[in-house]
Design a protein around this ligand. Structure first.
Ligand SMILES: *Cc1c(COP(=O)(O)O)cnc(C)c1O
Length: 395
């Protein structure tokens, strides 16, 4: 089945359940797991065909696997991208997308704020390959324009960003990149394609940590890259060398998770908005970062490029780091664990998790004070979640 670029969330719900159907040659309602490293050829000629055709799903599982191909079919249609490629983790997706598109002597523009692993890739790994890097405030499209150099070939984005929930104007930056012959990559993990579809806004490559909402159950590590057939083939060639393929069972689990993505995201969106509103009105809370709040400085942009605002928020309490620790200790229902996007609500102290790669001033500038609490709002009853924060915040 094919769904147009202006797909409504309800159409995406259908697609999540049926888009892989043609890729299941068996009568099983749930596709079997192809738990195999390699596939038989029927002749030497057939072997040559399988080995030389890029991304053949039945040759060798490091190249691809039928379970991966099924997930890729769903993800590609979901994002409205011609092609998708699964990877062994979200960081594998970011890494192969960037390494697949750079060359020695190139200039890359990125944001001052990115997921920590992406930050390490950009700052620690790229210089070893002779790549120049500029980092700009994601909230200002003009800053991207000003940072352009003749050798700028790639712009790396993340929106909303982890954990201050700043937004990048994806249409504006995509247009700037196109005008200067640069490609754009955006990390769409926090939004998911249910809330934001960057390819429809002119972005060239989308990456995901599938570990988060797409998998959705905190039981696997995976990533995905989405783009045109030509760019995915280019990036796949790098992935094949680096060996960052995902195993068949994890791919099968992703497909199971995707079936309910639409339902889950509706509740993540609703619960996070309700919790953000409760916290924003609480006397002990200094401010709440959530793109769905009218008080978010980029609320107007959020409404223009997102159809829902996601399940992650961050906030600061009066009294800074020590008070924030007290709140985390007092939460009963909400556990302390890294990661986001699972069915269970989780909270972490950003100063203990996200600022290893930044000095104190950089962390402040990036909107990540040590006492910032990030919450991944799960699918529990919203009354129970509000009650848990209410009791944890009352001293
Ligand atoms: C978690 C995360 C990643 C890394 O994904 P892994 O699956 O943990 O490798 C990348 N980007 C964002 C925004 C993330 O939240």
């Amino acid at each position: 089945m094919k769904i147009g670029n202006s797909a409504k969330p309800s159409e995406l719900a259908t697609l999540l359940i049926h888009a892989d159907r043609e890729l299941n040659p068996t009568a099983a309602v749930v596709p079997p797991i192809y738990q195999t490293a390699n596939f038989f050829s029927t002749s030497p000629e057939d072997f040559l065909e399988r080995s030389s055709r890029p991304r053949h799903p039945e040759f060798y599982t490091r190249n691809r696997n039928p379970n991966a191909a099924q997930v890729e079919a769903v993800l590609a249609q979901l994002e409205g991208a011609p092609a998708a490629m699964l990877t062994a983790s979200g960081m594998a997706a970011v890494s192969v997308a960037v390494l697949g598109l750079i060359d020695h002597g190139m200039h890359v523009i990125a944001q001052t704020n990115h997921y920590g692993g992406t930050m390490s890739l950009l700052r620690n790994l790229l210089p070893r390959f002779g790549v120049q890097l500029s980092q700009v405030d994601q909230r200002s499209p003009d800053d991207f324009e000003k940072a352009i150099r003749p050798n700028t070939k790639l712009i790396v984005l993340e929106s909303p960003s982890n954990p201050p929930l700043h937004l990048t104007d994806l249409r504006a930056v995509a247009a700037i990149a196109k005008a200067h012959g640069a490609l754009t990559v955006v990390d769409n993990t926090f939004a998911t394609p249910l809330n934001q579809r960057p390819v429809q806004m002119g972005i060239d490559v989308v990456v995901h940590s599938v570990t988060k909402y797409l998998g959705g159950h905190s039981d696997l590590i995976a990533g995905a890259v989405l783009s045109t057939d030509a760019l995915i083939e280019k990036i796949w060639n790098t992935q094949l060398i680096l060996g960052a393929a995902l195993g068949p069972f994890d791919a099968w689990l992703i497909l199971r998770g995707l079936r309910t993505l639409s339902l889950r995201m509706s509740t993540h969106n609703a619960n996070a908005l309700a919790l953000a509103q409760f916290l924003a009105n609480h006397a002990a809370v200094k401010y709440v970062n959530y793109p769905g709040l009218e008080s978010h400085p980029q609320y107007e942009l959020a409404c223009r490029q997102m159809t829902g605002f996601g399940g992650v928020l961050s906030f600061e309490v009066d009294g800074g780091y020590e008070s924030a620790k007290r709140v985390l200790r007092r939460l009963h229902l909400v556990g302390i664990a890294t990661s986001v996007g699972g069915v269970e609500s989780l909270a972490v102290l950003c100063g203990d998790n996200f600022t290893h790669h930044l000095n104190v001033e950089e962390a402040q500038r990036a909107g990540i004070p040590a006492g910032l609490i990030r919450v991944s709002v799960g699918l529990e009853d919203i009354g129970d979640l509000v009650a848990d924060f209410d009791q944890a915040l009352s001293v």
